[in-house]
Design a protein. Structure first.
Lengths: 413, 413
């Protein structure tokens, strides 16, 4: 069960004018559920994406990057996104790339657009060949099922080891006009997004220019998905796509400096943060949700290195699981992540509001009971002050439980 | 229980002329066993050390570095090494440094030498103050117990979560003279040595010059301790010290080019590799010992990055535990560790002799049964060919089991 996460409902995910979503059961694995999602965007929609930095990136990621570049060059629209769960189509070589292209062509025939207006995604087991014919067979059913309020069904269709669907919506008013932002994501394991997480799709009807959207996507990713980690493995399929249909009745947003951008960016960030946190809350075997905030770093890179050193340490994560304020493990991780010139004698850290380490040593007032009180909660913050600069960064992670080992020793079987 | 590890016996650890070892129960924790080790070296012994790169390094590491530098500057001898188990004296600030110095002074008074001829070590819980008076009280008993064949008792006294003592010996003949190399180590958790492991001490009676020994220590460490990882956390206390008593009746070895060096280096490396592998075999919760060999890399740094990306991935480690040839997880880890210009379509990997991935894709002959046959063994090799260079590197690791979570969720309690 996810930590402090109320999943979306069919009603809580607001339709985005210009977007329809349909699902179907393609039978990729022996699941008795829909595992194929087709998102259809009206003409006039533009998209931007951020993808995994893994060198063994999946075939659909290669095709996505290519199609987004073609959309930009030919000024063609983004018209569809197709996702299958159960097979990642990664490490599948040329046949895998051909399967991703064939999926796009099948969608393009259905909705009558160019192949490069379609973005393909896959999530699931790596290094097994994609049963593309089952996807092609099921696509007309997903197409027929497509509807504006299909977001909740869509969030469910893309799940793998996720225990709950993940989605979020925000509504903002730009110059008196209501604009909607809705997104869905899936996560669970192999979560340490380098560019974006396993799979997240966010749409808005705000009339954002393609250039502006392309610049915005990495910013949003760095404030949301790139701050989430479950197990430190950057997946082969990480993809975050953001689409703008432009159907809201307000003038086009053509520049990052447009005064409406601040509000819109807030809404996009809020949806992306909700989704990123949902992925961590529902991390494999997670029983705690931990925010790691590093302050006083030389630069953001150092803050993130320290935060991830803490978040990825199996010793720290098992101590989180045990509600054990094992300070030494956190101190050790700080020492591994920090820059070479860190002065350990100036470093302090807190568990929520409890000062634990005061300038390099155990705080005189600190008692083990205080630490335990904080760590027994299923949600708390580790705050570290490196005291040698002005930068800060936040990362969200979960604990490492017996359940994590069980899930990952048994997945596939 | 360690994986395929036969622990040393009192007889298998050969005395090194010039070295005596004594242990005592100082009662650092509530253990009913000896937890204090005093190693005494005859005058004329020199030493070299390699220490943790963790920025929160422990007080004894600071004092060790300082004393070794003083030994070099003042041409004074290495005369003693003192180790306590149960408390790491790390994250303890100025009082911790004072405690490490007080320990050295107490030893210096006993054996009548300068404080800087003594090297202090601590291993155990981080960030609790060292009960130095108990150590000082117990030192005379350890001194009285010191004997040339005390290596086995020594290996036992330094254990923490180790399930078995770790030691190794080799004898080589240099110019017709028998020379002995014997070492002990402790490990178990927080094992990803950046310079050397938690604690390893190797002695020889070979008359190696101090300069030669200082140059040799990092070489030996990189071929042994720095190729071992259990959980990816570099500890605050990692220390590897090598001492040469010079009592073997052969002429001094004053240059790295001395023809006797090859044989001696082999013996030192063999002892260090035995100890490093023993640490992994006895890693917390380990049920498998896995050798990861990366070939065809651009440089050694890339090979080590890929090897550690595999060795540290919790997804790969839980698949090892489950004997599950989950190829995708290994492929994903390769993609995360490799250089940006890796051509995934040329990468191959093997499980022992079974070709699994053939130039970027699943090998046509590969069957899951073959992969499982290899992985069901408690010891096997993952070999990767990156196919874009000539460098190679080897790393040893273990799996991630339920037992790992249990040990680390319950340690301290």
């Amino acid at each position: 069960m996810p930590v402090n996460y109320t999943p979306p409902t069919a009603d809580s995910l607001l339709p985005v004018p210009g977007i329809k979503l349909g699902t179907a059961a393609a039978g990729i694995k022996n699941w008795q559920r829909d595992d194929l999602l087709l998102v259809i965007a009206d003409a006039g929609t533009c998209a931007a994406g951020v993808f995994t930095q893994n060198r063994f990136c999946a075939a659909p990621v290669v095709v996505c990057r290519e199609h987004l570049a073609l959309q930009r060059n030919r000024a063609s629209d983004f018209r569809a996104l197709v996702v299958n769960a159960g097979n990642a189509n990664a490490g599948t070589g040329e046949p895998g790339t051909a399967a991703a292209r064939d999926t796009c062509s099948a969608v393009a025939r259905l909705i009558e657009c160019g192949d490069d207006s379609v973005l393909p995604f896959s999530t699931g087991v790596i290094m097994e060949s994609l049963p593309v014919e089952r996807i092609v067979d099921a696509l007309p059913r997903a197409y027929a099922a497509a509807r504006a309020d299909g977001w909740f069904a869509a969030a469910r269709a893309i799940m793998t080891t996720d225990t709950m669907p993940k989605g979020a919506s925000r509504r903002v008013t730009l110059d008196g006009v209501d604009v909607t932002v809705t997104g869905i994501a899936k996560g669970a394991g192999m979560i340490h997004p380098d560019m974006a997480t396993m799979l997240a799709f966010v749409a808005t009807d705000a009339p954002v220019d393609e250039q502006v959207l392309a610049a915005l996507a990495p910013d949003i990713a760095s404030l949301s998905f790139n701050a989430a980690t479950v197990d430190g493995d950057t997946s082969t399929n990480d993809s975050f796509v953001i689409a703008a249909t432009g159907q809201a009745a307000t003038a086009p947003i053509r520049h990052a400096a447009d005064p409406r951008m601040a509000l819109l960016k807030n809404a996009l960030e809020a949806v992306a943060v909700d989704l990123a946190q949902a992925i961590v809350r529902d991390g494999e075997g997670a029983t705690k949700f931990v925010t790691i905030r590093i302050e006083g770093g030389r630069d953001i890179a150092e803050c993130r290195r320290v935060a991830f050193a803490i978040a990825h340490s199996p010793l720290v994560k098992t101590a989180f699981f045990a509600s054990d304020p094992n300070l030494g493990r956190i101190v050790c991780a700080i020492g591994n992540g920090a820059a070479g010139d860190l002065d350990a004698a100036r470093v302090s850290f807190w568990l929520d509001d409890v000062l634990v380490v005061d300038r390099g040593g155990r705080s005189a007032q600190y008692t083990e009971a205080q630490g335990q009180r904080v760590m027994k909660q299923n949600e708390f913050t580790v705050r570290v002050d490196l005291a040698h600069g002005d930068a800060h960064a936040v990362v969200w992670t979960c604990d490492f439980s017996h359940e994590y080992v069980s899930i990952n020793a048994e997945y596939r079987s």
